[in-house]
Design a protein around this ligand. Structure first.
Ligand code: NIG
Ligand code: FE
Length: 387
């Protein structure tokens, strides 16, 4: 057993109802878990100690929506958008071609590089989707690569219909719900569908999610990103853990989310990078909806891996307070993944922590673009320390 005392914490934000926010705090990490939280005067003996010299400590970020398994780059598409071209789901096909051509080792190395970038910026839990393979073999490869890097792997064979099925989309749905699901389910915890203009319609979404649920997978939906549609209502009706994007919502969508256990996961990096209107987080929060923030990290619509950037956008553009945005980026993400061991600093929770070079987490939005993450602990291990 190895235990570490973190002392000299100027402000500890726990997201745990028992402790809330503590000034002048200390905590004990025992192996991969938090074993004790309290005042410095009471700190129990530990094998070693690190003095944080007044730094603020927050839970590690939980990025509950990423597409890290891909090859290639779409910077020219981004440049064209910034010059006025609209974003369409069609750009996904160029990443599919590059991903199919890449080896497993190349896909793994690239995803691991992105994951390391995320850890260094304070993200300690990352969901990873497939969705750039779109053939049985390439989706299975993508799921296997993701499973090497995350416990929360999502099968997104229903991202878009690939070109070889363009004139027979129902055959593609049969593939996704049959052999492709069989090949991918053993590596996945979740299934997701892109329910939107240019992607899958209500009947197809229902068929795909129902097949995934029958295989024991939890449900997630890319819903209402590009246009209003049935995605949010289907997510709630089918008991999905999360409806993601939620950019175009009717009053009925907001009410449905508010009365459900489905988290609304907002992805402001996508609105930033597609020059689209941001979702109205204030409306959702005031209605009582549980909101998560995530990066949507992917090469097309949102090529950021940085949760602090998403927090800054949510505060500046979406009506969230800094405290709400911080909660959504950690505890909210944990809710979206139906996990209670992350996103919170509590006795018994995973020791996934971030020390900020700042007096409070308000600085994450107040000082956008500044690398305030000085140290990250994942499962009790210091990952990147600049202390
Ligand atoms: O979540 N909306 C669908 N999928 C991704 C975009 C993928 C891409 O453009 O490559 C998203 O934004
Ligand atoms: Fe996405």
């Amino acid at each position: 057993m190895t235990s570490t005392a973190l002392t000299g914490i100027g402000l500890l934000v726990t997201h745990d109802p028992e402790f809330g926010e503590l000034r002048d705090a200390a905590l004990i990490i025992d192996e991969d878990r938090i074993a004790w939280i309290g005042q410095p005067a009471d700190v129990p003996a530990a094998d070693d100690a690190t003095d944080l010299d007044g730094r603020c400590v927050i839970p590690g970020f939980v990025d509950s929506h990423t597409h890290l398994v891909f090859a290639g780059d779409r910077a020219p598409e981004f440049e064209a958008r910034m010059a006025g071209q609209p974003y369409t789901a069609g750009g996904i096909q160029s990443t599919v071609a590059a991903t199919r051509a890449a080896s497993d080792d190349e896909l793994t190395a690239h995803a691991a590089t992105l994951l390391a970038e995320m850890l260094a910026s304070g993200t300690t839990t990352t969901e990873i989707k497939t969705g750039y393979g779109l053939s049985t073999v390439d989706e299975q490869r993508s799921a296997q690569v993701a499973a090497r890097l995350s416990d929360d792997v999502t099968f997104l064979g229903a991202h878009v219909v690939p070109p070889e099925y363009a004139d027979r989309p129902e055959d593609y749905v049969a593939l996704v719900t049959g052999p492709m699901l069989d090949a991918c389910a053993p590596h996945c915890r979740w299934i997701d569908v892109f329910c939107d203009r240019g992607a899958f319609d209500a009947d197809q979404v229902r068929a795909i999610l129902t097949a995934g649920a029958a295989r024991g997978l939890g449900l997630r939906v890319h819903a209402n990103q590009l246009a209003h549609g049935p995605g949010v209502q289907l997510a709630v009706e089918l008991g999905a853990a999360s409806a993601d994007h939620c950019t175009h919502l009717s009053d009925a969508d907001v009410q449905a989310l508010a009365g459900s256990a489905t988290v609304a996961t907002l992805l402001p990096g996508a609105e930033f990078s597609t020059r689209s209107p941001y979702p109205d987080a204030r409306l959702l929060l005031d209605a009582g909806v549980t909101v998560a923030l995530a990066t949507d990290c992917n090469p097309g619509s949102s090529y950021t891996s940085n949760m602090a950037f998403c927090i800054a956008l949510a505060v500046r553009e979406m009506g969230m307070t800094p405290a709400e945005a911080l909660w959504a980026a950690s505890a909210g993400g944990a809710r979206a993944l139906r996990r209670d061991d992350v996103g919170v600093i509590a006795v018994g929770a995973r020791a996934d922590l971030v020390a900020l070079r700042a007096p409070s987490p308000v600085h994450l939005a107040y000082r956008p673009g500044v690398p305030l993450v000085e140290a990250t602990w994942k499962d009790g291990q210091p990952i990147s320390a600049r202390l």
